[in-house]
Design a protein around this ligand. Structure first.
Ligand SMILES: [Zn+2]
Length: 163
């Protein structure tokens, strides 16, 4: 079992990031004509290049139509600063952006998946078993947030791990 909110699966190579100091976050900036400003997309959790299990391959190489940005994983997991960092992607607030013109992320659902991985204990591992759990009606009868309750996520991992 992964150590919750400490270990993650790398979005580039698929291997485990063993500790926060070995990981980075990366995303792209793209211009959104509707907002008339830059928004972010393709938020990923990856190995810091120095810890990539693939020789000569940096795991944080996100190429696309936009500007690449990255930050240490530790900054976003920090109990003092993490939530402020994550929320500022959605809206930096009135000081930075006096007039609200919509979310600062291109795809809110994609961003919330990234955010859940970084903030909800056991979600990172449980999401692997999601399709199977849905097929098995594992979540049936629960409320909307039942599926994100860490107790249920841990139970889900126990059920499917090693199958
Ligand atoms: Zn990797």
């Amino acid at each position: 079992m992964l150590k919750p909110l400490t270990q993650f699966y790398c979005d580039c190579c698929g291997e485990i990031i063993k500790e926060p100091s070995q990981g980075r976050l990366e995303w792209l900036f793209v211009f959104d004509p509707a907002k008339f400003d830059y928004v972010t997309k393709e938020h990923r959790i990856v190995h810091d290049g120095r810890y990539s299990p693939r020789p000569r391959m940096n795991c944080y190489n996100l190429y696309g139509n936009g500007k690449i940005a990255d930050a240490p994983l530790t900054k976003f997991l920090d109990a003092q600063t993490g939530m402020a960092e994550l929320l500022s992607f959605i809206d930096p607030g009135p000081k930075e952006e006096p007039k609200y013109t919509g979310p600062g992320v291109k795809d809110l659902r994609e961003y919330l998946e990234f955010m859940r991985r970084l903030t909800i204990p056991h979600y990172e591992e449980a999401r692997l078993y999601w399709p199977q759990a849905i097929r098995d009606n594992f979540f049936d009868g629960g409320s909307e947030t039942f599926v994100y309750d860490p107790v249920n996520l841990k139970r889900l991992i126990g059920e499917y791990e090693g199958e």
